[in-house]
Design a protein around this ligand. Structure first.
Ligand code: SF4
Length: 212
């Protein structure tokens, strides 16, 4: 995609949705970290369903630890891989208490040192909780970046670095959400909805889906 086309593409998304939000329900950085940790290979809807019951009972590292593994699993057992996620979350809670005064750290290195927290999760937390212009490349963003020609790459990291380089600074804070929402609802994996896509003018995908 030509650099000159990138600005208009993001301006279109911004005009349609000026303040895009995560679809995960949370009210504190710790709740967000917990929700993102639980969301690997699960839907936001499924995670929200579980945390809606969990957070009123336990939404601090101390309270989650007090539940213990079995107690925590009762709340999250509808989420895929819940056993290992419970172990990671409990260990993360321990580290937050011991190393960070029970707060979620704002530094990438400290976040990535937490069990179950990889680069993508750290990027989401930095962006959503702390307003950093990071780019968490999930399956949707990886696909949209490659398909549109906005940022092509063989790995999520390659796409992330290219996106950060190519997206104009004024759009970087919200770019992550615009791209995810676009991939989730419009530029879908099996059949992109090109006929109703607001950014089709600039997209370089050759096999655009015709209107049904
Ligand atoms: S035109 Fe089609 S392939 Fe291109 S971004 Fe829109 S939905 Fe995706």
């Amino acid at each position: 995609m030509k650099p000159a086309d990138i600005g208009p593409m993001f301006a279109t998304w911004q005009a349609a949705n000026p303040e895009p939000q995560t679809e995960l329900a949370y009210s504190t950085p710790f709740e967000l970290l917990t929700a993102v940790l639980l969301s690997a290979q699960a839907t936001d809807v499924g995670v929200n369903k579980a945390t809606r019951k969990l957070f009123p009972v336990a939404n601090t590292p101390e309270a989650i630890l007090a539940l213990g593994e079995e107690g925590l699993c009762e709340y999250i057992k509808t989420i895929g891989l819940y056993r290992s996620k419970a172990k990671h979350l409990l260990e993360t809670c321990r580290m937050l208490i011991e190393l960070h005064g029970s707060e979620v750290p704002r530094e990438r290195e400290a976040l990535e040192a937490l069990p179950g927290v990889g680069r993508k999760t750290a990027n989401v937390v930095l962006n959503v909780a702390f307003g950093e212009p990071t780019m968490a490349v999930d399956t949707h963003i990886f696909r949209v970046g490659n398909r549109t020609g906005l940022a092509t790459g063989k790995t999520p990291l390659a796409v992330e670095l290219k996106l950060l380089k190519r997206i104009p600074a004024e759009y970087r804070l919200h770019a992550h959400h615009w791209l995810i929402l676009h991939g989730r609802y419009v530029c879908q994996a099996r059949k992109p909805r090109c006929w109703e896509c607001g950014v089709a003018t600039w997209c370089r995908f050759k096999d655009k889906t015709p209107a049904p």
